[in-house]
Each structure stands twice: as C-alpha cells, then as structure tokens.
Design a protein around this ligand. Structure first.
Ligand SMILES: *[C@@H]1O[C@H](CO)[C@@H](O)[C@H](O)[C@H]1NC(C)=O
Ligand SMILES: *[C@@H]1O[C@H](CO)[C@@H](O)[C@H](O)[C@H]1NC(C)=O
Ligand SMILES: *[C@@H]1O[C@H](CO)[C@@H](O)[C@H](O)[C@H]1NC(C)=O
Ligand SMILES: *[C@@H]1O[C@H](CO)[C@@H](O)[C@H](O)[C@H]1NC(C)=O
Length: 460
C-alpha cells in the first residue's frame, strides 16, 4: 500500500515539469557510463563474448530509452463557478486515469481490438515485433489467455510452452467491496517455436465444476501457474497458488503430466513448511535443484526452499528473505552465477513500483538493488509500466538479455488484462548504495527498458 500511495502522490503535472531534455541527456550519459563500466568489468572477468554481446546492435536497440508524454485531458462537463469554489480542484494522476474505466485515456493502457498483435499477418517479417499492452492473438485468431504465467523451454521438442491463468469468463466482485475475480476456468497452455506465434494447446488443468470441496472448484482461486521439467522422472511439474475466494486458504498446489501440453493431474495442495503461501514462483537452477519462492506471513516476507528431487514437494529447508519488505509477484532468474529477482508491492490489481534484488546464494542475503524500470515517464517507472511482474525468460542468443513478462491487470474485465513484455538487461553497476559494504560483491544493474514497440530477430 505504501508504494501505491507514494506513486499516487506524484501528480502528472509534477512529472511533466521535469525537463524531458535534461532527462534524456542524463539517461544518455548514464548509458554511456554503464557501457564503459561493462567493458571494464567484463574485461576484468575475461568475458570476451559478453563484451561483444553488449555491443551487439540489437543489444543497443533494446536499451534505447523511449519517453512517454501523456497529457491528461480536462475533466468532461462544465463545472459551475460556485462548485469550483466549493471544492478545491483535484489533480488527477495517470494512475487515477488507469483505474478509471471511463477515462478518455483508456486506449493508451488498453488499446482497442483494432490494434492487435496478429502474427499471422506479419509472417513475412525478419523480426518479431512486440507491442506491450496490445491484445495478442494466437494462431486461431483468439486473444491469448495466459495471465500471471510463465514459460517453459522444452529441450526435447525445442518448443516454448507458455502457461497462465485462462480468465475468459465474467469478472465480478467476490463480496461487496471485495476484490474483482473470475471463476477458475483452468490453466491455459500455448506453444511456440519463436516466442511470438502461439498455438493454443487448450486448458491443460481444468476447473472442477461440481465438486465444491475440491481445490479447483470454480469458486476458488488458481493463480500464477509455473511448469518445470524433471529430468530424473521425465515428468512436467506444475506449481500454482491455490486459495479460496477470500484468500484465507493461502496454499500451494502441484500437478503433474507426462507431456508439456498436458493434461496435468492435480495432486493436491499444502501450506509449504506450514506457512501461508500466496503469490509464488518456482525456479530450476543449473544443477537441476528446483526451488519454491512464496509470499508469506501476511505477504510481509518471502520464503524460499528447495523442492524434493521429484519436484512434487518441498523439503524441510526454508529461508525467510526480504523480511518486512512486503513484496509479491516474484520472478527469479540467474545470470553469470548471480541470482536476480523482480518483485512488486502488494496493492491488489493496482500497479505499483517494481524492485530488483540480487544474491550470490539463492538463500540470500538478498539485497535490493533498486527500481529496474527505465524510460516511459516517472509514473510509468513507478507503476512497472502499469503492470506486475510474473516471469523473466532468457532471450535466446543474447547473454545478459531477458524478456521481462508482466501483467497489466484490467480489474473491470480481467479476461481483457494485457501482457507487457519488455527487454530486461543485466549490465553496468547497480545505482543503489549497498546495504552491506565490505566483502560483498557490487551487483550489476538490472534494467527494464520501456518500448512502445520493440523486436527480436527470428529465433530459428
Ligand atoms: C512487419 O512489421 C511491420 C511493423 O510492425 C508491419 O507494419 C508489417 O505489416 C509487418 N509485416 C510485413 C509482412 O512486413
Ligand atoms: C471431491 O474432491 C475431494 C478433494 O479432492 C475428494 O476427496 C472427493 O473424493 C471428491 N468427490 C467427488 C464426488 O469426486
Ligand atoms: C470466506 O469465503 C467463504 C465462501 O467462499 C465464506 O463462507 C467464509 O465465511 C469466508 N471467510 C471469511 C473469513 O471471510
Ligand atoms: C511433503 O513433505 C512433508 C515434510 O516435508 C510431509 O509432511 C508431507 O507428507 C509431504 N507431502 C507429500 C504429498 O508427500
């Protein structure tokens, strides 16, 4: 909540006053410095390839800083001079506009059906273009339903599988003044060879229509499904947040399949290590050990613990991390031996400020290295571009570059929530003073660059 209020206090008028030119120049300066530093740093480590990668033309393109200058329109309808006198003029913020279903700026955050990402129409291009926030069509021409999701690269079939919440149902309030929700439909699965053209593989774990005591009964909550492959058992294992409509169950569920495109068999749920578990993710390390990371203790901290060898349960080992920081929506990734994580604050469907964290050991200490969002404008940066982290995927062929996947939730119509995919780059020194000083490494900066449109070269 605190972060949300802070973002709220920043009016657009203030954001506009900050000189754009000065901002651009200071960012250009920053980037030059970062580049210089990365050369020195990587030379020191002898990473010749890394040195080349950060000077790759596409790397520079991904790091371009794009500004957004959005003018808030004057309120509709004339106010009587008396009314204007009675009530002090209220300044609306971009966040108010985002949350207002009737805002004239709605099309900026939720572009209409007319501007969709339709890969079938762009098949002749040598690059894949991403437009964060636009409706994204699958190969059948239907909007992709994979919210709060994550991606598995299946080495056996050399195919990407995108799993997420299939939310194509009516949005309603759980209770009066409660959180907006959609009944569980199931986990959607899409497959792709190029991360851009997605084929609908159907619902791979479906809701229970009639059994009211079942975790997957449609009246409950299934969020943030993630899948990893277990080499030892040859099974695909899905972990997900399982809850009741008022989020008191706070558990984590597991399902298993022989195939990446399902169907998955639901095995049950538990409170891992005996603690509440809400937003969560799983992370498979290079040595094959997988971990569960979950928000716990009323979302005040995250817990992290390794899974058993078959990935079907947690072990008894657990560490508390980011204690007291109130973070959720964790997305973990690893680069050159260092673990990184992006998290959001806890403000329901409303957007808030992302933070990046880094650690030498997955058990911590985890250090917060600052807000990774660059470009757009100040409000964009303080709201994670009006979205919430869900997953970070290594960008094939460009070490140090990743796709940051986030959800731009639409609480008025959750099925119509949008995907915000942006380039995430690990390079240059962190800009946050270190909490610990001697004996600790200086972290690389994690940067997520705003782009209204960006591209990656063809993967295959
Ligand atoms: C290629 O991409 C551009 C930019 O998104 C788009 O205008 C065009 O329709 C695409 N398709 C082809 C075949 O060029
Ligand atoms: C309903 O679900 C519960 C929990 O999974 C299970 O124990 C029970 O057998 C199910 N009932 C029916 C009729 O399938
Ligand atoms: C939670 O929701 C259930 C219905 O799904 C309701 O019966 C129960 O009273 C609620 N509990 C609380 C603590 O609000
Ligand atoms: C998971 O592990 C815990 C102990 O860490 C154990 O109590 C529980 O029975 C296990 N669950 C399953 C489904 O094996």
């Amino acid at each position: 909540m605190g972060l949300y209020l802070r973002a709220h206090a920043l009016t657009v008028a203030q954001a506009g006053r900050c000189s754009t030119t000065a901002l651009i120049w200071s960012l250009v300066g920053c980037l030059l410095l970062l580049n210089l530093f990365s050369i020195v740093r990587h030379k020191g480590k002898g990473g010749e390839f890394q040195l080349l990668a950060s000077h790759h033309p596409q790397f520079r393109e991904l790091q371009q800083v794009e500004e957004e200058n959005i003018q808030i329109p004057p309120p509709r309808g004339k106010r009587s001079p008396r009314a204007a006198k009675r009530r002090p003029k209220r300044t609306t913020t971009l966040i108010d506009e985002f949350l207002n279903e009737d805002s004239q700026l709605r099309h900026i955050f939720f572009p209409s059906q007319k501007s969709v990402i339709d890969p079938s129409k762009d098949a002749g291009n040598d690059s894949y273009y991403y437009y964060p926030g636009r409706i994204w069509l699958d190969t059948d021409g239907n909007p992709i339903q994979a919210h709060g999701g994550g991606i598995l690269y299946d080495e056996l079939s050399r195919t990407y599988y995108w799993y997420g919440e299939y939310k194509d149902g009516p949005t309603y309030l759980a209770q009066k003044n409660g959180l907006a929700r959609v009944d569980i439909i199931g986990v959607g699965c899409y497959s792709s060879k190029d991360l851009w053209t997605w084929k609908n593989e159907g619902i791979v774990l479906a809701a229970q229509e009639t059994n009211e005591t079942h975790d997957l009964h449609k009246s409950n909550v299934l969020e943030r499904p993630k899948v990893i492959y277990n080499e030892k058992t040859g099974k695909y294992v899905m972990w997900m947040h399982i809850d009741d409509a008022n989020y008191t169950k706070a558990s984590v569920g597991v399902a298993i399949s022989d195939n990446p495109d399902g169907p998955f068999d639901y095995l049950g749920s538990q409170r891992p290590h005996g603690y509440e578990s809400r937003d969560m993710t799983i992370f498979k390390d290079e040595d094959g050990v997988a971990y569960l990371i979950y928000s716990s203790e009323d979302n005040s901290e995250l817990h992290i613990g390794p899974l058993t060898e078959d990935y079907l349960n947690v072990t008894s080992v657990m560490r508390r991390i980011l204690v007291g920081q109130r973070r959720e929506a964790p997305a973990l990734f690893k680069h050159r031996g260092t673990y990184y994580m992006i998290t959001s604050g806890c403000t329901g469907w409303a957007p808030n400020e992302a933070l990046a964290h880094a650690a030498e050991s997955i058990f911590g200490p985890w250090e917060t290295v600052g807000n990774p969002c660059i470009g757009g404008n100040k409000v964009f940066q303080q709201t994670t571009f009006f979205a919430q982290s869900t997953f970070v995927l290594p960008l094939p062929g460009l070490p140090g570059s990743f796709i940051f996947m986030a959800d731009r939730w639409n609480p008025a119509d959750l099925r119509n929530s949008r995907y915000v995919w942006l380039p995430l780059i690990v390079a240059g020194p962190a800009d946050q003073p270190l909490e610990f000083s001697f004996g600790f490494p200086s972290w690389s900066r994690v940067s997520i660059y705003w782009h209204r449109k960006w591209r990656i070269s063809k993967v295959e």
